[in-house]
Design a protein around this ligand. Structure first.
Ligand code: TA6
Length: 280
C-alpha cells in the first residue's frame, strides 16, 4: 500500500501479488483505477476529469449518497462525491488487498440534510475481481431515508460493440425518455444512442461482453442497476469529458433508487458491487 499524489489529491494504491492493482481517491472515497493481473485497466477515468473538488471526479466509481441523481432536493447524486474521506484501514495480504475509507456528516452536510451518518467504503481486490461495499450507518437518534449508488464507469473498447446480458424481462425507468416505465425485451442490451435507465429488481449477475473480454457484474443489497451512456450530444456538452469519450465508457451502476431505504437509528445498511473479469 502506498499513499500517492494523483493530480494533487491523496490516493491509496493497493497491489495484490497477482498483479491486480487499485487506486482509491480520498476525494469522494472513490475508486479511480482497477487493473487486473494482465495489466488491463477496467475502469474509465476521463482525461478531462477535474481533481480540485469543484466538481466530482468523472470516472472510476463515485459514491452517490444520500440521493441518487435528481431524485430529491439535494445536489445531484448527493453530498459526498466532493468530500475528503478518511483512510480507516488497509491490508495487503498476498493474493488480496483491502482498504476501508470512511466519512461522516459534518456542518456542511447537516446544513443541507439534517441527519448524522457514517459511510464506509470497503474495496477488495483479488485476482481478477474487485468488490466495492458501501455501508451506511445511521448514527443519529431519528430514522432517515436515502437513495444512492456506486456509479461505476466501466472502460470499454468501443461502446457500440458491447453486449450486456441479464436484463431481459426487467422493468425499467427510462430517464432518457421522460421517465417512462418500460420492460426490457432484448436478451442483450446494445448501445447506439443515449441510454439512461434504472432497471428494477435486478437479482442475477450481468455479463458485459466487450470485444472478447467478459466482465461479470454482481450486486448485493442494491435492488437496481443503472445503465448510462451520454452518447454524442450530451457527452459534447460535458466539460469534463472529451468529445468522443462516450465511446470508451459505459456506466453500469449498483443503485438504490426506486424505493428509498428507511434506516433506523443505530442500524447499518450494506450494498455491494462485484466485478469479475473473465477471459472471453
Ligand atoms: O446515473 C446516471 C445519471 O444520473 C445520468 O442521468 C447522468 O446525468 C449521470 O448520472 C452523470 O451525472 P453527473 O452528475 O456525474 O454528471
Amino acid at each position: 500500500m502506498e499513499l500517492i499524489d494523483f493530480y494533487g489529491i491523496e490516493c491509496l494504491r493497493l497491489k495484490a501479488t497477482s498483479g491486480a492493482e487499485v487506486l482509491i481517491s480520498r476525494l469522494g472515497g472513490q475508486v479511480l483505477s482497477w487493473k487486473t493481473p494482465d495489466g488491463k485497466e477496467r475502469l474509465f477515468l476521463s482525461e478531462k476529469a477535474v481533481f480540485d473538488g469543484s466538481r466530482s471526479i468523472r470516472g472510476g466509481i463515485p459514491v452517490c449518497f444520500p440521493q441518487f441523481s435528481g431524485l430529491g432536493e439535494l445536489p445531484k447524486h448527493g453530498l459526498v462525491r466532493q468530500k475528503l474521506w478518511t483512510v480507516d484501514s488497509q491490508r495487503e495480504h498476498k493474493e488480496f488487498a483491502l482498504a476501508c475509507l470512511t466519512i461522516a456528516d459534518d456542518e456542511e452536510t447537516r446544513a443541507l440534510w439534517p441527519h448524522p451518518f457514517r459511510l464506509e467504503v470497503t474495496v477488495v481486490i483479488e485476482e481478477s475481481r474487485l468488490d466495492v461495499e458501501l455501508a451506511v450507518e445511521n448514527t443519529g437518534s431519528q430514522p432517515f431515508a436515502f437513495t444512492g449508488a456506486l456509479h461505476t464507469y466501466l472502460r470499454v473498447a468501443e461502446v457500440e460493440n458491447i453486449h450486456l446480458q441479464g436484463l431481459q424481462g426487467l422493468e425499467y425507468r427510462d430517464a432518457a425518455d421522460g421517465d417512462a416505465i418500460k420492460r426490457e425485451t432484448a436478451a442483450e442490451l446494445m448501445v447506439d444512442d443515449q441510454v439512461d435507465r434504472v432497471y428494477h429488481g435486478v437479482s442475477k449477475p450481468l455479463l458485459l461482453s466487450d470485444k472478447g473480454e467478459n466482465l461479470g457484474i454482481n450486486t448485493e443489497g442494491f435492488p437496481e442497476v443503472v445503465v448510462w451512456n451520454p452518447w454524442e450530444t450530451l457527452c459534447a456538452s460535458l466539460p469534463d469529458m472529451a468529445r468522443l469519450d462516450f465511446r470508451r465508457m459505459l456506466c453500469v451502476e449498483a443503485a438504490v433508487a426506486r424505493q428509498p431505504v428507511l434506516l433506523m437509528p443505530g442500524d447499518t445498511w450494506l450494498g455491494r458491487q462485484s466485478l469479475v473479469a473473465v477471459q472471453g
